[in-house]
Design a protein around this ligand. Structure first.
Ligand code: G
Ligand code: G
Ligand code: MN
Ligand code: NA
Length: 256
């Protein structure tokens, strides 16, 4: 309850910020984009994880406002990076979209207005939507994602493999990328079953003409295995943790 009230003032008080986790092309090791992750620096409690406050915001009807702040801030940062030439034309920033945002009928119009306001091309922004959010109301998700995809944004399915998505439904959604959940990546180097599962996800994604991002890469063996399976992209602590905007730019411009 207290958190619910504190969240309301957090946006106004400048307690929120985004961090950026690099996404790497496994074929050449280049940073091709980043995932924006929300952080709340609480005046008393310090850093509070979105794993903790996103569910509170969802339940108390505040996720719309919070989600708008995330998209607006991501667009502002993209515009600044592009204008200063610190990132190149092909760079993509991914933002997480919560189930509550997906069921807001005004979301697509608002999103496109934000891109226009910051003069950011639609192809520079990717929306990450969880598998379970998509399956809550497939009809609604299809309608919204089709509008967004037609406008030129990319759509990624987050946490893929952890929900109960029907492949028959998934086929009807305008998805560009599947993100293999880190639950399948964690034991990849020693668990043959996880290797078979990851191989199946990559093969299925490719048969739908989707690309694949693996998350939670913590060891070089995992990166090598996924690359050999044909997985295009990856992120994880092995490459880099989520970084401040300044930290991200220095890694992007001067890779190790
Ligand atoms: O970054 P971290 O591991 O603390 O994130 C925990 C969870 O919060 C992850 O599932 C992540 O997808 C989610 N998350 C992070 N940033 C955002 C955001 O901006 N919006 C939403 N809806 N979820 C987010
Ligand atoms: O659900 P989502 O994919 O949005 O969650 C991203 C979260 O995963 C971020 O909060 C980030 O901090 C966390 N994360 C990023 N890389 C790694 C990693 O290599 N290992 C683990 N355990 N968590 C990671
Ligand atoms: Mn994500
Ligand atoms: Na995930």
């Amino acid at each position: 309850r207290a958190m619910q009230h504190q969240l309301k003032v957090a946006t106004a008080r400048d307690e929120l910020h985004l961090v950026y986790q690099p996404q790497i092309d496994l074929r050449d090791g280049r940073v091709i984009g980043a995932e924006a992750l929300l952080r709340w620096n609480h005046p008393q409690r310090g850093q509070v994880s979105p794993g903790e406050f996103v569910p509170v915001a969802e339940a108390s009807g505040q996720m719309g406002v919070l989600g708008q702040w995330v998209v607006d801030e991501a667009c502002r940062q993209l515009a600044a990076w592009r204008a200063s030439g610190q990132i190149d034309e092909t760079f993509k920033l991914a933002v997480n979209v919560s189930p509550a945002q997906l069921s807001d009928p005004g979301f697509a119009d608002w999103l496109l207005a934000a891109l226009a306001h910051w003069q950011v091309p639609a192809r520079a922004l990717t929306l990450e939507v969880t598998e379970s959010a998509l399956m809550e109301d497939v009809g609604l998700a299809r309608h919204l994602l089709t509008q967004i995809s037609d406008a030129g944004l990319e759509i990624a399915v987050d946490d893929f493999g952890t929900g109960y998505s029907s492949l028959a439904y998934l086929k009807t959604l305008p998805v560009d990328t599947l993100k293999i959940d880190r639950a399948f990546v964690r034991d990849l180097a020693r668990d043959h079953q996880d290797q078979v599962l990851s191989q199946a996800v990559v093969a299925m994604a490719h048969s739908f003409r989707h690309e694949v991002v693996a998350e939670g890469i913590e060891m070089p063996e995992q990166a090598a295995l996924l690359r050999d399976l044909g997985c295009e992209y990856a992120q994880g602590f092995w490459f880099a943790p989520p970084l401040s905007a300044a930290g991200f730019v220095s890694l992007y411009q001067d890779p190790p």
